[in-house]
Design a protein around this ligand. Structure first.
Ligand SMILES: Cc1cc2nc3c(=O)[nH]c(=O)nc-3n(C[C@H](O)[C@H](O)[C@H](O)COP(=O)(O)O)c2cc1C
Length: 202
């Protein structure tokens, strides 16, 4: 029997039970029904410090990621990401971009670059895209307006690339703040479930 695919979701929402959480749950549920193993991590539950720009993690060449000097949960997150075949990156749009905690996580992905002192630009340690990724974003504004005016999808795409993942789909939930406790629409659920299936089998 083939080993089940492992899918790891990284959630940058501040609300458990909110729109991003609900959409990610639908994706993961459908992936499990298609035979995958899934896990979800809320970034707000992890101890993550700000990158201090010491660049220690970028000095030595090699694949994967360089070792960070900060003693927090980032190294264990890298371990979980390494073990995943596919990832889901989810964030609401706040102030036109990903949430602050997702941005912090993305900045810490600098460890996936080889960027010694003297080099003008970083080089990816993971140029081959061996993983698959689905991106999930939400906004109070209608989706087309939010996508046009903000950079959330671009930020999540960059993060997926740094983790060696190619994107197989994006779920953008517009008009996500019409009520305090908003339900996902049938259309969003359907799309989420299709993406879950695709992640489990692609
Ligand atoms: C601090 C803050 C900033 C926000 N900025 C934007 C924004 O720039 N554009 C937008 O369309 N929605 C904005 N929103 C609305 C959120 O995107 C929306 O409530 C969220 O997508 C719902 O996701 P959640 O249920 O997972 O929290 C903002 C919300 C907060 C709390």
């Amino acid at each position: 029997m083939a080993t089940p695919r492992t899918i790891l979701a990284i959630v940058g929402s501040y609300r458990k039970g909110g729109m991003i959480d609900g959409a990610v749950d639908e994706i993961l549920r459908s992936a499990r029904e298609a035979g995958a193993e899934t896990r979800k991590i809320f970034l707000i539950d992890r101890k993550l410090s700000f990158c201090t720009n010491c660049r220690s993690c970028t000095q030595k060449a090699g694949s994967g990621h360089g070792l960070c000097v900060l003693d927090d949960d980032m190294e264990s997150l890298f371990g979980e990401l390494d073990r995943a075949d596919a990832i889901v990156l989810g964030s609401p749009m706040n102030a036109g971009t990903v949430t602050a905690v997702m941005k912090l996580f993305i900045e810490r992905l600098v460890a996936t670059a080889y960027w010694p002192w003297g080099a003008a630009a970083p080089k990816s340690r993971n140029p081959e895209k061996t993983k698959k990724a689905v991106l999930v974003a939400s906004s109070a504004a209608p989706a087309f307006l939010a996508r046009f005016s903000g950079d959330i999808v671009k930020r999540l795409k960059t993060a997926a690339g740094m983790l060696g993942a190619s994107i197989i789909g994006t779920l953008f939930i517009g008009l996500a703040a019409q009520h305090q406790h908003q339900e996902l629409s049938e259309r969003t659920i359907k799309k989420a479930r299709l993406l879950g299936q695709k992640l489990a089998t692609a």
